[in-house]
Ligand binder design. Structure first.
Ligand SMILES: [Zn+2]
Length: 124
């Protein structure tokens, strides 16, 4: 996974921050959807790598609740922002694992409910 994330990192479009991020969302049946951050001169138009991967998966017909892992690799350690965490809350079950990879190949993993313990979700 690390090598695939690293290769995908080259697709990141980050001319403003120079902070490149690559992600990969893996479904329970092992389909993989890669994403990168895509920045915009109008900063609000920027989208994070995590949300690109999720929107790709949903737009290609994957179902909410069919995800098992999300992997993230940034130029430096990159924890998901809270807009992304809100998107996780929309589509991920509480047992989805989120792997934060580092440039040396190591990673830290978190359960969805560690990153989003009290989500605002459909029931709210
Ligand atoms: Zn984000």
């Amino acid at each position: 996974m690390f090598e695939d994330l690293k290769k995908n990192l080259e697709n990141s479009y980050a001319p403003y921050s120079n902070f490149n991020v690559s992600s990969c969302l893996v479904t329970k049946d092992n389909n993989k959807y890669f994403g990168v951050n895509v920045e915009n001169a109008s900063y609000g138009g920027t989208i994070c790598a995590e949300r690109v991967a999720i929107t790709k998966a949903i737009s290609e017909g994957e179902s909410k609740g069919n995800f098992k892992e999300l992997h993230v690799l940034g130029t430096t350690k990159s924890m998901p922002c809270f807009i992304c965490r809100q998107t996780f809350a929309e589509f991920f079950d509480q047992d989805v694992m989120i792997y934060i990879h580092y440039s040396n190949g190591e990673y830290t993993k978190y359960r969805m409910n560690d990153l989003c313990p009290h989500p605002f979700s459909l029931g709210d």
